[in-house]
Design a protein around this ligand. Structure first.
Ligand code: ZN
Ligand code: ZN
Length: 172
């Protein structure tokens, strides 16, 4: 009777026992270790990605350190938050765009324009190539382009006559 009970009990315990055995086995230990290992790899990858990306986008040293720490401490979650709040542009792109804008501003500032139609002109143009209006007259003495506002030609010291007739006679 006692023997039978013992056998029955052993048989009843068997499925659970095998599960317990499995969790105590070397295989399970290996799986857990592998899990931890993968977690560490993913975690460090996230931290590294945040640091690498932040270095290309963030100029401020303190903000950069905060971003890197966020990646290191919060892992994938930190990387996700960083991806949402990070600056949208790379520093190189920002610098390049600023340089381009500064160059364009300089070009615009140094560029002369027709006062009537805003076409870019050069300082030796006599008429605007677009609207054909008179921009300069020519010096009657040295034939260089001079501003009709000028009283004296800066090249030859001759007096500038800015009458409308002079324009036609001098140039056409
Ligand atoms: Zn014009
Ligand atoms: Zn002159």
């Amino acid at each position: 009777m006692l023997d039978w009970l013992l056998v029955a009990q052993t048989e009843n315990d068997d499925p659970l026992q095998s599960v317990t055995n499995f969790f105590e086995s070397a295989t399970w230990e290996f799986i857990v270790l592998l899990g931890y290992f993968l977690l560490v790899v993913v975690w460090l990858s996230c931290a590294y990605w945040v640091f690498k990306d932040a270095r290309r986008r963030i100029d401020d040293k303190i903000v950069l350190v905060v971003a890197a720490l966020t990646g290191l401490i919060f892992g994938p979650l930190g990387a996700l938050v960083y991806a949402i709040v990070r600056p949208p542009e790379y520093l190189d792109d920002v610098r390049e765009r600023e340089l381009e804008m500064r160059m364009m501003e300089q070009r615009l500032a140094s560029e002369e324009r027709c006062p009537f139609c805003r076409t870019p002109t050069r300082e030796d143009y006599l008429v605007c190539p677009t609207c054909g209006r008179r921009l300069r007259t020519v010096c009657s003495s040295c034939r260089k382009p001079v501003d009709p506002q000028w009283r004296v030609c800066p090249y030859c010291e001759a007096e500038v006559h800015s009458g409308a007739g002079e324009f036609e006679n001098a140039y056409r």
